[in-house]
Design a protein around this ligand. Sequence first.
Ligand SMILES: *[C@@H]1O[C@H](CO)[C@@H](O)[C@H](O)[C@H]1NC(C)=O
Ligand SMILES: *[C@@H]1O[C@H](CO)[C@@H](O)[C@H](O)[C@H]1NC(C)=O
Ligand SMILES: *[C@@H]1O[C@H](CO)[C@@H](O)[C@H](O)[C@H]1NC(C)=O
Ligand SMILES: *[C@@H]1O[C@H](CO)[C@@H](O)[C@H](O)[C@H]1NC(C)=O
Ligand SMILES: *[C@@H]1O[C@H](CO)[C@@H](O)[C@H](O)[C@H]1NC(C)=O
Length: 463
Amino acid sequence: MVEQKRPPKSRGFYVKMKLLHKHGRPQQEKICFFRYYKWILWFSLSLYFFTSYLISNNPNGKPTSLHKTRLSNAKSSVVSRALFEPINVTAPEQAIGTPGLLKNLKVFVYDLPPKYNTDWLSNARCSSHLFASEVAIHRALLTSDVRTFDPYEADFFFVPVYVSCNFSTVNGFPAIGHARSLMASAVQLVSSEYPFWNRSRGSDHVFVASHDFGACFHTLEDVAIADGIPEFLKNSIILQTFGVQYKHPCQDAENVVIPPYVWPESIRNTLEKVPATGQRDIWVFFRGKMEVHPKNVSGRFYSKRVRTMIWRKFNGDRRFYVQRHRFAGYQSEIARSVFCLCPLGWAPWSPRLVESVALGCVPVIIADGIRLPFPSAVKWPEISLKVAEKDVGKLAKILEDVAATNLTTIQKNLWDPRNRGALLFNNQVQEGDATWQVLRALSEKLDRSYRSSRVSRELVTDT
Ligand SMILES: *[C@@H]1O[C@H](CO)[C@@H](O)[C@H](O)[C@H]1NC(C)=O
Ligand SMILES: *[C@@H]1O[C@H](CO)[C@@H](O)[C@H](O)[C@H]1NC(C)=O
Ligand SMILES: *[C@@H]1O[C@H](CO)[C@@H](O)[C@H](O)[C@H]1NC(C)=O
Ligand SMILES: *[C@@H]1O[C@H](CO)[C@@H](O)[C@H](O)[C@H]1NC(C)=O
Ligand SMILES: *[C@@H]1O[C@H](CO)[C@@H](O)[C@H](O)[C@H]1NC(C)=O
């Protein structure tokens, strides 16, 4: 299935891993020349780019915001070509964008036995439910131009393990009790069969942990905290939906906060039925679990009782459309709403964040201290509202004030396609989309790349 997909072009250095391991590193010398060559090219392009930046800049001082926008648009359009067309290094105009934005990043994707990943796809939900970024990122990387088949030229190593697809036969929720052992087994395999884990102690290896509390692999925060991140993952890079602005054991590893998975096709289908630019006849919308009397689960209450407050206080309010039961067509309701409440559940994040932005409903985030995905690409303060958990009772007043003052501005900002784009994972990487933002974030962590650090060391010793 997914594994059979290969990038459209064949790379010169395709080597089957096992083979490479057995025969040592003869490829190393061969690619040496290319490495220097590329580096010099990269340097001259950077210089070119830097000078053109200076030229296009406002000579009177700070660049105007218009300038900035134009510049980033110009950069972006170049990158999109570089990402999707094979790069001919002798034709500089095709390669400009890649070193600029993704810094010539190279990612090697381990080809693990299917029991770690694709076997789980026999259940169709595995690739579409809210934790499915573990599948989506893997898929997108397989056909991406940053993928390299030569692990010796890779900056990062992606370890594709799907841990969220063991759906409970009782309630249908993903059971993640097996997640630690499945991850441990993958790390064991990778570190014993290939040399790359040991040489960096896993620090250039990348994992997805897309459920409630990331690599702590438990739904309940107190258990998640007590368990912590397994030792064998602590040195690696975790792509996780969980993120808070304060110290937390479940983000105690290098990490990138990623959006929860929402199937892009479902958004397109909804927008065909209910255009997001149409009339919004629901003022405030929330649909989801709201316990009237939340249970005390080992000292914790679901949603810290925030959702209970919403139900009790606003259920009778005509302006609030709050529903406690599942409804398959809920996305159309979001597309018809002005404000969409995104209160915490067990964890601070929820797929509503993505669905609201994608369908043009202003997200009202009620989750103290939440760290939101891709803050450099998605200008969250300009497109959403944050309401403190303690202020949830004052929601109506707060939203009335916004409606009377800056709602139009927020809605206009929200409808910028770049925001929507950055939160959705496509099957193939598209410039600016969620997987692309992950790559961008990784390109900021090249100091962890064994290859990059060694290349710069070699250059230092040579001069
Ligand atoms: C790269 O470009 C040069 C000159 O434009 C051309 O001669 C060469 O065939 C190209 N190589 C590839 C692999 O496309
Ligand atoms: C799936 O989860 C169940 C518990 O819900 C567990 O008994 C089973 O071993 C898990 N399956 C795998 C393959 O890990
Ligand atoms: C990596 O280190 C572990 C533990 O020291 C060892 O068991 C394993 O064989 C090493 N892997 C390789 C490929 O040498
Ligand atoms: C919740 O349960 C814990 C014991 O699990 C108890 O210590 C605590 O007082 C309870 N909290 C409330 C508000 O009932
Ligand atoms: C809109 O107004 C609210 C309440 O005054 C404020 O918190 C928020 O930052 C404003 N947002 C924008 C984008 O101006």
